[in-house]
Design a protein around this ligand. Structure first.
Ligand code: TMP
Length: 211
């Protein structure tokens, strides 16, 4: 069953927030219900974007400047938009995206202290008017998120200090306050099942208006 009206949903949150679990569950649920749905991750989702991801997350690249980092996230994003996201939306399909531009504003803007104006200028070039219909922010306190990542090997961003992560989390909350219509903010300490139920209810409402 195609939706015929495109639907673009992004998932956001700090590392260990639990957003990827929710994103995958929603994807499988929609597939089971017969929708034409795609799940991509950022950075990544295309052959070129996955190569950019490797550069971004490589622990050997510690000398990467904040601006190089920001530009690479947008380069990966533009490739994904051009190659996969826009074509899928044009076909009237659903796209779920594990992170989008809010990640860059939260991590590189609030976390790395790059100016939000400069990020916006690059966004104008790299993503234009493309914005999600709904952004699900799984807001999780640092301690809870870090407990969940305890036994994982950390990549370059995950290995950042506490201040960076706290600023990133605060950045997300500020973004959500600025655009309450687009954001659904969830408490990441809730159980997987409770989160799933809330997300399904909201997405069902969107699907009803989309069909
Ligand atoms: P992931 O672990 O959720 O796949 O994301 C990869 C890492 O990249 C994660 O630590 C968040 C970070 N990131 C940014 O710093 N800026 C961005 O624009 C994106 C998309 C991710």
């Amino acid at each position: 069953m195609a939706t015929f009206k495109p639907l673009f949903i992004s998932f956001e949150g700090i590392d260990g927030s639990g957003k990827s679990t929710q994103c995958k569950m929603l994807y499988h649920d929609l597939l089971d219900r017969g929708y034409s749905v795609h799940l991509f991750r950022e950075p990544g989702g295309t052959r070129i974007s996955e190569k950019i991801r490797d550069i971004l997350l490589d622990n050997e690249n510690m000398e990467m400047s904040a601006i190089t980092e920001m530009l690479l996230y947008f380069a990966s994003r533009n490739q994904l938009i051009t190659e996969k996201l826009t074509p899928a939306l044009k076909r009237g399909e659903i796209v779920l995206l594990d992170r989008f531009v809010d990640s860059t504003i939260a991590y590189q803007g609030y976390g790395r202290n790059l100016s939000l104006e400069s990020i916006q200028k690059v966004a104008d070039v790299a993503i234009g008017e493309v914005r999600p219909d709904l952004t699900i922010l799984v807001d999780t306190p640092l301690e809870t998120a870090e407990d969940r990542m305890d036994d994982r090997e950390l990549d370059r961003l995950e290995a950042e200090n506490e201040d960076f992560k706290q600023q990133t989390r605060n950045g997300y909350l500020q973004l959500a306050r600025k655009e309450p219509q687009r954001f659904l903010v969830l408490d990441g300490r809730e159980s997987i099942e409770v989160l799933k139920r809330t997300i399904t209810e909201r997405v069902n409402q969107l699907l009803e208006t989309a069909s």
